[in-house]
Design a protein around this ligand. Structure first.
Ligand code: NAD
Length: 423
């Protein structure tokens, strides 16, 4: 009864963090808390050996994982990460967070995640393809359009998803586009997927703004990270009349209290790979980013960026978590005390998995939607999810993060209870 399953949690590690989050939710689950142990144990974890013949003739073995944390509400869903620091414990935590995210947004999925312990930067294109195909074949036992549907995560992309789709299809003897999402458009990928996470960040921000009576027109926004998520969110804020007053990326921080020119920011990133030399902006010290006065602060880069010290300094009304895990628990407490609203990652950045869900639905139906239809449905799902979490937070007088977990865990455990235990 202690969450000790598959691994001994590392102190301060991701699985321990997840278990602590579960503990926080238990008091709000009522009779369903009887089933809570199911949240503390991944349903299934597969560890696979991936032998690959490298370009120079060496045979090198890599270790891969696929964890299905919970399948009570539907097939597993979650990305595949290629990184030298990937561990079973990390994949377990990431899969559990997918269970929560999918349930928080009410997608008909359980949670899963996969990974290979490898630095893809050290691989040739051919080696990357071989390692992806062998990994897919090894986890082919437990994935499939009705079982578990992988997607891109850190260091994996549409090409890798195409290889996963092709390998799985070869093994089952039929083209199975629905086995993976984030595919190229020509192979059953979905329109709108690329900007979906950023769009979701904006939609959730706009809904929160409505509740707090913050007009989007003229709102000041600071964005950390100007990649896939940050740039798409920034673009929508600007298109709706807000001002991006500061942007920070790995190369530096730029500031303009009258609003940065988005087209110039985009061109600068295209040219230099960073916004640091953006014209028409003041270049400021990175640490000053956290002191800028804003209505929305959007961390959309890395985890752990908002620590307790920065949380004491930020001058914003809403923290919109575009990244996964950008706010440390200690910072959460400080922000809460200071009356700054934190919109948690499990809802704020769920736009990506929501359009992944649309991709899977379109693949199964073999009928594809227009981009307008996708964006309209995305807005509806995100706004509904936020409303439910907002009401739960108000009802129990708890943070949006805890409320998102209460909503999600109640759905997961209700499904578990209704299905009953087999045998
Ligand atoms: P990306 O690689 O496209 O962009 C990352 C951005 O972060 C870049 O602008 C980079 O310069 C910046 N950055 C890196 N190191 C930094 C540092 N030390 N300080 C400031 N900025 C730094 O990545 P992305 O896809 O936009 O993902 C960003 C975050 O959103 C990640 O936490 C990711 O897990 C999360 N997320 C992404 C998606 C998605 O669909 N892409 C979905 C859900 C969550």
């Amino acid at each position: 009864m202690n969450g000790l399953s598959f691994v001994t949690p590392t102190a301060g590690g991701p699985w321990e963090t997840y278990l602590a989050q579960v503990d926080r939710v238990l008091p709000y689950l009522g009779r369903l808390s009887r089933w809570a142990e199911t949240l503390r144990r991944p349903k299934r974890a597969l560890i696979v050996d991936i032998p690959v013949e490298m370009d120079d003739g060496r045979i090198v073995h890599f270790e891969g994982y696929r964890v299905q944390h919970n399948l009570s509400r539907g097939p597993g869903k979650g990305g595949v990460r290629f990184h030298p620091d990937v561990t079973l414990e990390e994949v377990m935590a990431l899969s559990a967070w997918m269970t929560v995210k999918n349930a928080a947004v009410n997608l008909p999925y359980g949670g899963a995640k996969g990974g290979i312990r490898v630095d893809p930067k050290l691989l040739s294109h051919k080696e990357l393809e071989k390692i992806t195909r062998r990994y897919t074949s090894e986890i082919g036992l437990i994935i499939g359009p009705d079982k578990d549907i992988p997607a891109p995560d850190v260091n994996t992309n549409a090409q890798i998803m195409a290889w996963i789709m092709d390998t799985y299809s070869m093994n089952v003897g039929a083209t199975a586009t629905g086995v993976v999402t984030g595919k190229p458009i020509e192979l059953g990928g979905s329109l709108g997927r690329l900007k979906a996470t950023g769009r979701g960040v904006f939609v959730v921000g706009r809904e929160v703004a409505r509740h707090l009576n913050i007009p989007i027109r003229g709102a000041r926004v600071a964005v950390q990270g100007f990649g896939n998520v940050g740039s798409a969110a920034a673009e929508l804020f600007v298109n709706n009349g807000a001002k991006i007053v500061a942007v920070q990326d790995h190369g530096g921080t730029v500031y303009n209290p009258n609003g940065l020119d988005l087209a110039v920011l985009m061109e600068t990133v295209q040219r230099d790979g960073s916004i640091a030399q953006c014209a028409g902006a003041e270049r400021i010290e990175n640490e000053r980013f956290w002191d800028i006065e804003t209505d929305f602060l959007v961390p959309a880069a890395l985890e752990g960026q908002l620590n307790a010290e920065r949380a004491q300094r930020v001058k914003t009304r809403v923290v919109l978590e575009g990244a996964n895990g950008p706010t440390l628990p200690s910072a959460d407490d400080v922000l809460n005390e200071r009356g700054i609203l934190v919109v948690p990652d499990v809802i704020a950045n769920a736009g990506g998995v929501t359009v992944s869900y649309f991709e899977w639905v379109q693949d199964i139906a073999r009928f594809f939607w227009s981009e307008d239809e996708i964006n309209m449905r995305l807005e509806q799902i995100m706004a509904d999810a936020l409303r439910k979490i907002w009401d739960t937070a108000a009802q129990h007088k708890i943070s949006l993060r805890t409320a998102a977990y209460v909503v999600a865990c109640s759905r997961i455990l209700s499904a578990r209870e209704e299905r009953g235990l087999y045998p």
